[in-house]
Design a protein around this ligand. Structure first.
Ligand code: G1P
Ligand code: ZN
Length: 542
């Protein structure tokens, strides 16, 4: 059956962001829409004779899109595509398969933690041969191509049966349908002390993992229940559904409230965790205690040497700029390098590739290491389990010990969503313009030590990324950061990040919002949030 060339025309707005191209599902389903974007990827990265990985988080349209992408890969001369059974692969598992098979990259179908379904979101992104998201130069080239495209190629062929593991052919291309879980589970088993965790489970340790009806269900069932011996039912919402059961598959206290309720209730197990739509985010909760992602990164950094993969110690720790400075204190104590990067996982890629950082994390529930080039939800859960098993302590004890040793960085993020985009931009411009006048002044009784619009100088490739968010540091070490979201789909979203350091263990038991009250007041006064965007309260607090 032949490869057919179809005439097409550029479609406006096919600009991939930091996480690929994300749009409402019906937009992706419009004539030529998916085809134009995928052809633009192949035009930029080249397909002839190449091998790619393909999979997605199982959301609505995942299966149809996979068939189209396979036919386009064949028509563009790809030699081989490795595709997860049922077109399923979690984002970290896809990253691993790209690396393990030394492929030329991969296409991941996901809109991460955004809801799925006919009226919700879909997404496509290209990952490089190192397993990480395409850098800006590549996504810009793909975008430019979408604006010039005149044709795409599609193999005229029947659907491949993606339910069956094994090798088939599509035109001149080999298609390998693989178990989406097996290689990933083997990787995890190689990184962590599964014997120690099994011992802890035999001793009565119990946990809950909420897969949020998204992609990690089968992974968690195989690893937690299958290999680590946790009882059946440990994993809840474990069957991936095209609409994620109508839920918002985002592991934070708001969207994973069922898990939060259980963990704060009288029948709480020892440990709770959740992951997002495509499996790269994680939320960690102990019995009666929530672990903020910034604290989680710091605790993992301080204890990673207890897991076999990291026993020689860490090369460095990297965090995104708005993430709390808790991990920096650990890096300083360990005498290892620390890095502060702009928001977005792609900025960690160079540090990981160059062997300068081993652990990375973002306040937005993303944690990972150099084992793949994406953040990895289940990896974080397993590293926590490994630490709990070796230290023979609970989450609360470990957290309190950590704060006693390093001090506590009280931290919170306030999101103001669906704002008038123009008003939000104006507020930020006004704030940026005031930066030079801020140091040395006082606001709401707090003395400002430094202020800037964050610019990142990548130490590996020498590039500079400017305008990454306004940072304000106070004399007492407190910090506020303001930036506009790059991933929101409705109007603008203002993210306000708040942090206050407390060394005194007698003051480590406060409610974070209370502990941060003076910093919150200063942030509102400084940016004029109410006056500028007409809101005095955030919609989401994490
Ligand atoms: C958000 C998070 C950021 C994360 C990104 C992709 O981006 O804040 O840390 O890397 O999603 O998962 P934002 O909407 O803030 O631009
Ligand atoms: Zn995700």
């Amino acid at each position: 059956m032949p490869a057919v060339t179809h005439a097409t025309h550029p479609i406006e707005g096919q600009k991939p962001g930091t996480s690929g191209l994300r749009k409402k599902t019906p937009v992706f389903m419009k004539p030529h829409y998916l085809e134009n974007f995928v052809q633009s990827i192949f035009d930029v990265v080249g397909a002839k004779g190449k091998t790619f990985v393909l999979g997605g988080d199982g959301r609505y349209f995942n299966d149809r899109a996979a068939q189209v992408i396979l036919r386009m890969a064949a028509a563009n001369g790809a030699a081989r595509v490795i595709v997860g059974q049922g077109a399923i692969l979690s984002t970290p598992a896809a990253s691993h398969l790209i690396r393990l098979n030394r492929t030329d990259g991969g296409i991941i179908m996901s809109a991460s933690h955004n809801p799925g379904g006919l009226t919700e979101d879909f997404g496509v992104k290209f990952n490089m041969p190192n397993g990480g998201p395409a850098p800006e130069a590549v996504t810009e080239a793909i975008f430019a191509r979408t604006q010039a495209i005149t044709e795409y190629r599609l193999e005229e062929a029947d659907d491949i049966d993606l339910a069956v593991i094994g090798r088939t052919r599509l035109g001149g291309m080999t298609v390998d349908v693989v178990d989406p879980v097996a290689d990933y589970a083997a990787l995890m088993e190689g990184l962590f002390d599964f014997d120690a965790i099994r011992g802890m489970v035999k001793g009565g340790f119990r946990m809950r993992f909420d897969a949020m009806c998204a992609v990690t269900g089968p992974y968690a069932q195989e690893i937690l229940e299958g290999r680590l011996g946790l009882p059946a039912g440990t994993v809840v919402n474990g069957t991936p559904l095209p609409d994620f059961g109508g839920h918002h598959p985002d592991p934070n206290p708001t969207w994973a409230h069922a898990l939060m309720d259980e963990m704060m209730g009288p029948a709480a197990p020892d440990f709770g965790a959740a992951s997002d739509g495509d499996g790269d985010r994680n939320m960690i909760v102990g019995r009666g205690i929530y672990v903020s992602p910034s604290d989680s990164l710091a605790v993992l950094a301080a204890n990673a040497h207890l897991a076999p993969a990291y026993k020689a110690g860490l090369k460095g720790v990297a965090r995104s700029m708005p993430t709390s400075c808790a991990a920096d204190r650990v890096a300083d104590a360990l005498g290892i390098d620390k890095y502060e990067t702009p928001t977005g996982w792609k900025f960690f890629g160079n540090l990981l590739d160059a062997g300068r950082a081993t652990l990375c994390g973002e306040e937005s529930f993303g944690t990972g290491s150099d084992h793949v080039r994406e953040k990895d939800g289940l990896w974080a859960v397993l590293l926590w389990l490994n630490i709990l098993a070796v230290r023979r302590q609970g989450v609360a004890e470990i957290l309190r010990d950590h704060w006693a040793r390093f001090g506590r960085n009280y931290y919170s993020r306030h999101d103001f969503e669906a704002l008038d985009a123009k008003a939000a931009e104006e507020m930020m411009s006004r704030l940026k313009a005031s930066i030079p006048t801020l140091p040395g002044t006082e606001i709401e009784g707090m003395a400002i030590a430094a202020a800037d619009d964050f610019a990142y100088h990548d130490p590996v490739d020498g590039t500079t990324s400017r305008g990454q968010g306004v940072r304000i540091r106070f004399e007492d070490g407190s910090r506020i950061v303001l930036r506009l979201s790059g991933t929101g789909t409705e109007g603008a979203t203002l993210r306000l990040y708040l942090e206050r350091y407390e060394a005194d263990p007698a003051r480590h038991g406060l409610d974070p919002q209370e502990a941060l009250a003076p910093v919150i007041r200063a942030a509102h006064a400084l940016a004029g949030i109410k006056e500028q965007i007409g809101r005095d309260r955030p919609n989401v607090i994490t």
